[in-house]
Design a protein around this ligand. Structure first.
Ligand SMILES: Cc1cc2nc3c(=O)[nH]c(=O)nc-3n(C[C@H](O)[C@H](O)[C@H](O)COP(=O)(O)OP(=O)(O)OC[C@H]3O[C@@H](n4cnc5c(N)ncnc54)[C@H](O)[C@@H]3O)c2cc1C
Length: 420
């Protein structure tokens, strides 16, 4: 071993959505943790942030939900799904969920993440190192006993009882563990923009049409997030066509928002986010665990990727004190975390992929079925609640049985349609 040597209980690679929550949850249990983050500081870039009810629960457990700055957060209850052109298909009301998490919370970029990182930095049992990159694992036989890292040219060895790979979809920790991964990049990603709105926007709108998706989400400070599906690799081409072309395309989707789209004045108000899915046969090894996108990235249609990373972190943080007390860091012991988490994650990955099939399509028959399902949901409180509670992260099992699917497609009446 060369360079500086550090001893800790848990070493976390990545201070993203999952790693930061894990660090704080472990700190609150007094567990000695080192977190490596390759970036030079907290993220500053543009990204859309919707805290679903399960994510709000996590922040509440960490004592942070009520501390998020009110001027940066916006509760949103009503989400309208519409056809391109403006016709409303279905309205989802988060108010139907049990209080107090009966709303979505739209935050300005990185607000919740910064609150978590700030809280982490006040905790004496956690060291958060920016500009520190994972290099390799340290092993004794098959057991992972630490890692090596580079921090500003310095070689560091961290001896840890458990190494957590929270380093995203292209996880190097996963590679070092030789855990095979199926990494699928979807052909579509999202151009996102945050625009100052000249008109009051209080309810979210989500437009679906022939290979077209545009989401408009009200954010704090009179701003609106726009999510627009574009082919992967086409961001530069969209930019080359100029802002007026993009504004025209959006205005064709809903002319009522033309004044909003005119406020898109600079490409600096936009960013591109690719979308991917990761599947791995296991999330644990002797002395190591994967959480979040490293284990199970999913299509953003689920609106749950970051939420699931946060829930992973809380589940793992609840298990690790037991592992430390028993001095048992085997894959068999850590598997309890995976067993608790895999059913919901797998269900959400499948659901998001079904939505990709129906929502991203240019096929008119598929589009017809999609709209029919939305219209059924609008009339059917029972099925609507199933979908809402799934997106809210409050359901572990699939929202629809086979018979529900037939009813949702409008081919069978539902005698329980009014029971939410
Ligand atoms: C268009 C789009 C919209 C989305 N919308 C939502 C949404 O509405 N709701 C939702 O819940 N989720 C959403 N997501 C998904 C969400 O962004 C991810 O699922 C979430 O960020 C995963 O968290 P993570 O901690 O696993 O990974 P990340 O947040 O990617 O964090 C990984 C961290 O590891 C660091 N890292 C990587 N390699 C190394 C290394 N070698 N050494 C040290 N550090 C390293 C990275 O710098 C990064 O900080 C969306 C995603 C996309 C693409």
């Amino acid at each position: 071993m060369a360079g500086t040597i550090v001893d800790t209980d848990i070493a976390v690679v990545g201070a993203g959505g999952g790693g930061a929550v894990l660090a704080l949850a472990l700190a609150q249990k007094g567990i000695k943790t080192v977190v490596l983050e390759q970036a030079s500081g907290p993220p500053q870039g543009l990204r859309g942030e919707i805290l679903q009810p399960n994510g709000q629960q996590v922040l509440d457990r960490l004592g942070l939900l009520n501390k998020l700055p009110v001027e940066s957060t916006r509760p949103v209850r009503t989400f309208h799904f519409c056809r391109v052109g403006g016709e409303r298909l279905c309205t989802i009301d988060y108010g139907a969920l049990p209080a107090p998490y009966n709303q979505a919370v739209v935050t300005l970029p990185n607000v919740a993440h910064h609150a978590i990182l700030t809280a982490v930095q006040t905790e004496p049992s956690v060291s958060l190192w920016y500009g520190a990159s994972f290099v390799s694992l340290v092993k004794e036989g098959a057991q992972v006993t630490g890692l090596t890292a580079k921090r500003g040219g310095e070689d560091i060895t961290i001896r840890a009882k458990v190494v957590v790979g929270a380093d995203g979809a292209f996880s190097k920790v996963r590679d070092a563990l030789a855990i095979p991964a199926e990494v699928h990049l979807y052909p579509q990603g999202y151009l996102i923009a945050i625009i100052d709105s000249p008109m009051p926007v209080t309810e979210a709108k989500y437009y679906v049409g022939k290979k077209t998706i545009l989401g408009l989400f009200p954010a704090a400070g009179g701003k609106v997030y726009c999510f627009y599906m574009i082919p992967r690799g086409s961001y530069d081409q969209v930019k080359a066509q100029g802002l007026p072309a993009l504004q025209q395309a959006w205005t064709a989707i809903d002319p009522a928002f033309a004044p909003l789209f005119e406020q898109l004045k600079d490409w600096n108000q936009t960013a591109f986010m690719p979308t991917g899915r990761v599947r791995t046969p296991t999330w644990v090894a002797d002395g190591a665990v994967l959480i979040g996108d490293a284990a199970h990235a999913m299509n953003p249609h689920a609106s749950q990727g970051r939420m699931q990373a946060m829930v992973d972190a809380m589940t793992l943080a609840d298990l690790l004190p037991e592992c430390l007390a028993e001095k048992n860091f085997s894959a068999a012991k850590l598997k309890a975390y995976e067993q608790a988490r895999r059913p919901q994650v797998t269900m959400l990955q499948r659901l998001a992929d079904e939505q990709v099939l129906f929502w991203n399509s240019a096929n008119p028959v598929i589009g017809f079925l999609r709209d029919r399902v939305f219209r059924t949901l609008d009339r059917n409180a029972r099925l609507r609640y199933r979908v809402l509670s799934t997106t809210a992260g409050l359901r572990q099992s699939p929202p629809f049985s086979l018979i529900d699917r037939v009813m949702a497609a409008g081919f069978l009446p539902d005698p329980c349609a009014k029971n939410a």
